[in-house]
Ligand binder design. Structure first.
Ligand code: NAI
Length: 740
């Protein structure tokens, strides 16, 4: 089966996301709705979406639009027709009748339903039609969520299902998991249960919403929106509908009923328009007092709001055993929630799938959990788990595991794909090394470094691991959401608060030394980034010899926003790249001014297509839709470069004072227009000094070390200022920039 042409019917949130993603994969797609204006509006929404649904916005017109009355003929030519209309069975049935009258023989028809079983969707279809009908359940936002559940039943042509899976994996880059026709499939069945358990236990144990979110969040390897934050994000009313559908579909004996009972406070919130972020607020709300905005959280007992409190649980690591063994309410809550999730998920095997590993992967790809329930069980340890857990009778999976107490019960990961993923390869490691901030996996022919800190922020230990791992070809890659959000600012501020600037200098020097080492060591170094690759993260990537980038990369040098300049080689490398251009050969000011513009504004790119014109990525860097393939592509790069030789060191001819004059004019203009304030001027001047080459003239040659020195000196002068420290503290506390 060759999918060359797709029609998506229904251009709402999901239909437009699916169409945009097909466009990302260069598959011709037509988006139909009741009226052409609706699909046209959808196209506008796609164009403006944040984060952007399109990898390359200039391709927006590749998505054709139309309506189901006048343009239904397009269905005749489609190899795959995706239905993403409202979740109403009558509407869906009408659409299928039309589709099956028009589709070409053998074309696949799928629904994006989140809750209606195939047997109900397909009840009016003939046996031949049923063979080609399945559910393709994408997650929102489609470009960014890795999971695609392909739901089939006994009527399907399995060959076709596998071909569709293959297409969605290779062309669309999705983690496509084939599963059975059971309510909520894999991801939502366990994910929604987990949310409900986290919520109901918080009510029971009298935790505040902030406390619950502080535990059911990063400490458990779950996104920091936690449970109540996630409820607000999804929509409290929508969640109520989801629960109703589960209650309707699941047998009364299912544990789900226990946690899906209506909660009076939740009912009241919906009735009063507190439906979450899209409404007046929800468990959290933003309240205005004059001109100041205050984030407030609801009291679960009284329903009153008060300013939201930051909860410090005094642990920044994901360490489940430490968490569940804490002798406080947080430990008690964590254990109660985790153990119940493990019990529920394992009770569903083999009913919803006989591969328990698929459930973990669905949680990882569809909910961005670092670990699924079975991996949590593996981390806690079988013996530890059974020492602590209460009744689990009737749960075959746990009863069996309790009998054999096999600590190695897990086996292979990511079984749903044939790709040689990082998750699979990690299990075949020869030896493991590393420290608190990064792991080194050593294999026969190469090493892998995986950063392990929050947002993979970099510190001295991260550099240490990189340096130690260059005794073989090295791949820098990880499984978490971000490649690296940059240098760990909390770590840096701990020194600054004690006026210990010597330690900061030592760290930056080590950062520079390590990056130089990566670039010039004997063996090739490959960075395989996905997600945020900012600041110091970008500097590691740019000083690697090769790059295999996921298309969902967010890349840039953003240091100026926190009152700093890139000092790990970012200025140097960007100058190097821009100095190679034709324009730079004719105009010595061209490269410094260009880089001044890019770094000065802290520009970021949200895809390789945006990154190349800025030269954050190069044309020869590999760009990959399927994140799972990053490792295979990296290994292929090794094979293609068996005779690797480290590159020659860069040299720089920079104009010094003469280009600084130009930069100063820009700075003055921005200051007069109040785009930047006093400290902005200081930061920009430091950047200008580095990028102009400092005290030099264009006939002199500067080395990489000269540029490192300029970067370091500028960085140190800035970090010592109160205003840069204010910017950093503000950003750490609020996630937002401070303009001072
Ligand atoms: P939506 O309400 O945003 O969009 C539905 C679209 O269908 C609207 O543009 C509407 O004009 C159009 N429509 C209605 N009747 C139609 C007809 N007869 N012919 C053509 N178009 C018609 O809905 P959303 O959120 O995009 O959901 C679509 C489907 O995806 C539903 O089945 C939903 O359960 C499912 N889903 C939704 C997710 C989400 O996060 N929103 C996630 C996964 C699945």
């Amino acid at each position: 089966m060759n999918i060359k042409n797709v029609v998506v019917i229904g251009s709402g949130t999901m239909g437009s996301g699916i169409a945009a993603h097909l466009c990302n994969a260069n598959i011709p797609v037509t988006l139909l709705d009741l009226k052409t204006e609706i699909s046209e509006k959808a196209r506008e929404r796609i164009h403006k979406s944040r984060p952007p649904l399109l990898i390359d916005k200039s391709k927006i017109n590749n998505i054709k639009v139309g309506n189901i009355s006048d343009n239904f003929d397009v269905v005749k030519n489609a190899d795959w027709i995706v239905e993403a209309v409202v979740e109403r069975i009558d509407v869906k049935h009408q659409i299928y009748e039309k589709i099956f009258k028009s589709r070409k023989a053998g074309a696949i028809v799928s629904s994006n339903t989140s809750s209606i079983p195939i047997k109900v969707l397909s009840q009016n279809l003939t046996d031949t039609e049923k063979k080609d009908f399945c559910i393709t359940h994408f997650f929102n936002p489609v470009r960014y969520m890795g999971l695609l559940e392909i739901v089939k039943n006994e009527n399907n042509d399995l060959n076709k299902i596998n071909q569709l899976k293959e297409f969605c994996e290779t062309e669309l880059g999705k983690g496509a998991i084939v599963c059975n026709d059971t309510p909520g499939f894999l991801g939502n069945r366990v994910g929604v249960y987990a949310m409900q358990i986290a919520m109901t236990e918080a009510f029971k144990m009298k935790l505040s919403v902030e406390e619950a979110d502080a535990i059911f969040g990063r400490p458990m390897g779950i996104p920091k929106t936690g449970v109540f934050g996630l409820y607000d994000l999804i929509g409290i009313d929508l969640m109520a509908d989801v629960l109703k559908s589960f209650i309707k579909e699941l047998p009364e004996t299912d544990e789900f009923h226990e946690v899906a009972k209506e909660i009076p406070l939740v009912k009241k919130l919906i009735e009063t328009g507190y439906t979450g972020r899209k409404g007046k607020g929800g468990f959290y709300r933003m309240n205005k007092f004059g001109t100041t905005k205050v984030m407030e959280a609801i009291n679960l007992e009284t329903g009153d709001y008060s300013p939201s409190k930051k909860i410090d649980i005094k642990s920044d690591k994901v360490d489940l055993n430490r968490l569940i063994n804490r002798k406080d309410k947080y430990g008690e809550y964590a254990w109660s929630v985790i153990s119940k999730i493990i019990k529920y998920a394992s009770s569903l095997v083999p009913g919803i799938t006989n591969q328990f590993n698929d459930i973990d992967e669905a949680m990882r790809l569809g909910f961005n959990w670092a670990k699924g329930p079975f991996e949590m069980l593996e981390e806690i340890g079988v013996k530890n788990f059974f020492n602590k857990v209460d009744n689990f009778s009737g749960n075959n999976f746990l009863e069996e595991l309790n009998k054999n107490k096999n600590e190695d019960f897990y086996g292979e990961r990511q079984k749903y794909t044939n790709i040689e993923t990082l998750g699979k390869v990690k299990k075949t490691v020869i030896s493991l090394d590393g420290n608190d901030s990064a792991k080194i996996y050593r294999f026969q022919d190469y090493n892998i470094v995986e950063f392990t800190t929050k947002a993979n922020a970099l510190d001295y230990d991260s550099m240490d691991a990189l340096k130690k791992a260059t005794d073989k070809p090295l791949i820098i890659i990880n499984e978490s959401m971000q490649f690296s959000a940059g240098v760990n600012l909390t770590y840096t501020m701990q020194f600054a608060d004690k006026n210990d600037f010597k330690s900061i200098e030592k760290f930056i020097k080590y950062f520079q030394e390590t990056c130089k080492h990566l670039k010039y060591s004997k063996y090739p170094v490959i960075s395989a980034p996905s997600g945020l690759t900012l600041g110091g993260g970008f500097e590691v990537m740019v000083q690697s010899n090769f790059v295999a980038s996921h298309t969902n990369i967010v890349v840039g040098l953003v240091e100026t926003i926190v009152g700093l300049i890139p000092a790990g080689g970012g200025c140097k490398e960007m100058l190097g790249r821009w100095l190679e251009t034709e324009q730079a050969k004719n105009d010595p000011n061209f490269a410094p001014l260009k880089v001044f513009d890019i770094i000065g504004y802290g520009k970021t790119a949200t895809s390789p297509v945006e990154a190349e014109p800025l030269k954050y990525l190069r044309p020869e860097d590999k760009k990959i839709m399927n994140r799972n393939s990053l490792l295979e592509v990296s290994k292929k790069i090794f094979n293609e470069n068996k005779n690797f030789k480290a590159p020659e060191e860069l040299t720089f001819k920079l104009p010094g004072e003469s280009v600084r004059g130009e930069m100063n004019k820009i700075i003055e203009k921005l200051y007069n227009e109040k785009v930047i304030l006093d400290h902005g001027v200081q930061v920009a001047k430091e950047l200008a000094n580095v990028l102009s080459g400092g005290d030099t003239t264009v006939d002199k040659t500067l080395t990489e070390d000269d540029l490192f020195k300029l970067e370091l000196d500028a960085f140190m002068r800035l970090i010592e200022t109160k205003k840069t420290q204010d910017r950093i503290k503000h950003t750490l506390a609020t996630g937002k920039p401070l303009v001072n």
